[in-house]
Design a protein around this ligand. Sequence first.
Ligand code: NDP
Ligand code: 5RP
Length: 492
Amino acid sequence: MTKKEQKTDIGLIGLAVMGENLSLNMADKGWHVSVYNRTVPGVEEGVVERFVNGRAKGKSIEGYTEIPDFVESISAPRKIMMMVRAGAAVDQLMDQLFPYLSPGDILIDGGNSNYEDTNRRVALAESKGFRFVGAGVSGGEEGALNGASIMPGGSVTAWDEVKPILQSIAARAADGTPCCDWIGPAGSGHFVKMIHNGIEYGDMQLIAEAYWVMKNLLKLDNEEMASVFAHWNEGKLRSYLIEITANILRHKDKTGGYLIDKILDTAGQKGTGKWSVINAMELGMPLGLIATAVFERSLSAQKNLREAASKQFVCQHSQVVYNKPELVKDIYSALYASKLVSYAQGFAVLQKASESFGWELDLASIARMWRGGCIIRSIFLNDIAAAFEAQQKPKHLLLAPYFKEEIQQLLSGWKHLVAHAMKEELPVPAFSSALNYFYSLVSSKLPANMIQAQRDYFGAHTFERTDELRGQFFHENWTGHGGDTKSGTYNV
Ligand SMILES: NC(=O)C1=CN([C@@H]2O[C@H](COP(=O)(O)OP(=O)(O)OC[C@H]3O[C@@H](n4cnc5c(N)ncnc54)[C@H](OP(=O)(O)O)[C@@H]3O)[C@@H](O)[C@H]2O)C=CC1
Ligand SMILES: O=C(CO)[C@H](O)[C@H](O)COP(=O)(O)O
């Protein structure tokens, strides 16, 4: 590849769907970009050449196939963004890049890396005199090209230098704010992106359940369902995922049939939903709706088992003729209320992570960053940002005055829909998980006294008493032949 006299503004590694489009986006915003992709003989050849002579032709993009030439082409302090498969590839690339970097150079990992890897990589890069930014990027192919939501965190001194480029390629919310701002230290940017993706899983499961109830109980056809989603997209549920659901339902393939009806019902997953749940568990935080969404994808993938089971237990749907507008209203209530629960759970995990790791996350700013560009973009993120910005910070998002009122309006339709779907033997796991969470949340008393009694009965794990001060732990000799020795009292 050609070496140019003038150094470029930024380097980008990894010319798959995200990397190609991000580099085109950068070039369109006036940045001079160097791009690199590995060459694997016989497997991955000519990627750079095809790109620079194809989509990048005539743009201020230079292609490189050797790391030393690529690094050399970028002006110092260098900014190098990696858009490669998360995991070992990032470590391998860092090892290849380190020998050619100069002190102060900045590596940006825009992939869906695990935040713990980013914690480690920030420390490693800084120990060598470099800087490292873990920047979650959301928006898929279109966002990468036209404006993504970008969540950068890591070496704080890098922010001033990467900010002009990252904010220029970010989407803008309706009020003109770029959907990219500094998140915090270490792996906080990737943690926030992980929870974004977890919420994405939840939204998708909820929309899928709404679709399933309309299809199976109301017997709406694809065009009718598309109209319902398109109508919802004009109101409080306005969001990218609702919008594309309407488009998907209307889409016909080249045979003239609806494609949605030909897609196998087994969902894939690349890990960020699962990590969200694992990390919520580590932090001791309930994230039931996202967990349900992850497990439903896993269950969907057990297609053979489900087919066998469906022959042994036949679910009974009644032949009731429904009042369609009424039930559609209930589905709306279940979808909107469950979505509120999901975001409340997700933001509570962010709050807890912020406190546990000392990140000082600005939850309102995160909500604002998600209003444009990303997959979960929606207008109700404005209401979430407003709730976190209020003078009186809510203890929990659902207790913020606006959301409390919304839930009060939605509750009747939501519980009716869940109860009805259960009676009709139709699975609505995320709607019901959200409803159960809500009822538990608003119960000042739960049956955990029984769990504590059982733990103490069989393992002397102790309990607190309602008639004593909090923080004192007691053990009962339940059987008369147990001892007084207690197990340690701690929570993991
Ligand atoms: N697709 C999407 O919608 C989104 C993806 N992301 C994240 O962005 C990143 C890029 O995603 P995407 O564009 O979808 O493509 P992939 O996740 O499929 O990543 C492919 C890229 O990684 C490169 N790569 C893989 N292994 C190595 C290695 N060992 N050394 C160097 N390069 C390697 C590939 O090079 P080669 O061509 O040689 O195989 C290719 O350029 C991922 O982390 C992904 O999770 C983030 C947001 C949205
Ligand atoms: O990061 C993204 C969007 O924000 C990706 O689209 C994400 O990888 C999709 O996740 P999965 O493949 O697990 O459904």
